[in-house]
Design a protein around this ligand. Sequence first.
Ligand code: BDR
Ligand code: CA
Length: 335
Amino acid sequence: MTAQRTPLILDVDTGIDDALALLYACASPDAELVAVTALAGNATADNTERNTRAVLEAAGRGDIDVAVGRPMPLLRALEITPETHGPRGLGYSDPPEPRRPRSGAYAPQVIVDAARARPGEITLVTLGPLTNLAVAILMEPALPRLLRRWIAMGGAFRVPGNTTPVAEWNIHCDPEAARIALRVWTTAIEADPGVPRALLMGLDVTERAQLMPAHLDALAARAGDAANGPLMTLTRDALRFYFEFHAKYDGFYGAHVHDPLVVAAALDPSLVRAEPAAVDVDASGGPGDGQTIADWRHVGGAIANADVAVEVDAAAFIERLIERVGALAVARALA
Ligand code: BDR
Ligand code: CA
């Protein structure tokens, strides 16, 4: 019996943990990758797009087109983070130029077209700033109704930010885009309570997903003879950089693997527990800029536009990542 597959669009700013998220998706028999779109964030759009093609190729999915969107946020100046993800976004890994040429498609259009073609079926997983999604919503305001669900890595709700004292990186980069997306979700739910709330997975849960050197050893063991193949070499070289970054800024030699956790939860929502809340984003430009504000006590009277993840089974996720990505490395070596 084949597993029921969840149709996914992944919107990424690849990035080390985005790369792991792509590998996780490619390794998951319960995922159907409908489209992958890229945007600026961890690195320039040029680099995230190239990285995405390179990772997909290492995963044996060089057949997937990678459309790119705006090369910068809606209103803000472009910010990238080479100290977190390395000079081009994949840490110490520098994979060969992918064979697949750059796509001519426009990422927001790809998202809109896919949602229109399969109304109510597709889960959109955003793993970077929300620029592509905001543009897509402006093109097609019915997007919240056309998607099965929108799941985002973004925000810091009851925990400090990782970019400013209150802001998480993906929201920080383009707070206006985040605000547009969340407000359009509110309007859509007000008009039709059947529209599914967004699922927001912030640092509250994603920082609990810690990948440690022992896990990387377990992944290499699972990969067996494929442990030194291209997929594992990319993974190891990228993660070594991420481990060093976390050692410098977060006090442990290991990594928060935000983005693959979000893909895992898109495929198996039982990995997280979430609470509904009305969520808005501060885009004031002041000290609260980029903060995600959840109205936990419902004092503002706004309708809940999101489910905010508050608990996660991180151990089950890490185990699954090792099993799935390790098995993919083996399959690639045999291909
Ligand atoms: C998020 O920001 C990026 O650095 C990661 O790829 C992740 O999506 C975590 O704040
Ligand atoms: Ca990301």
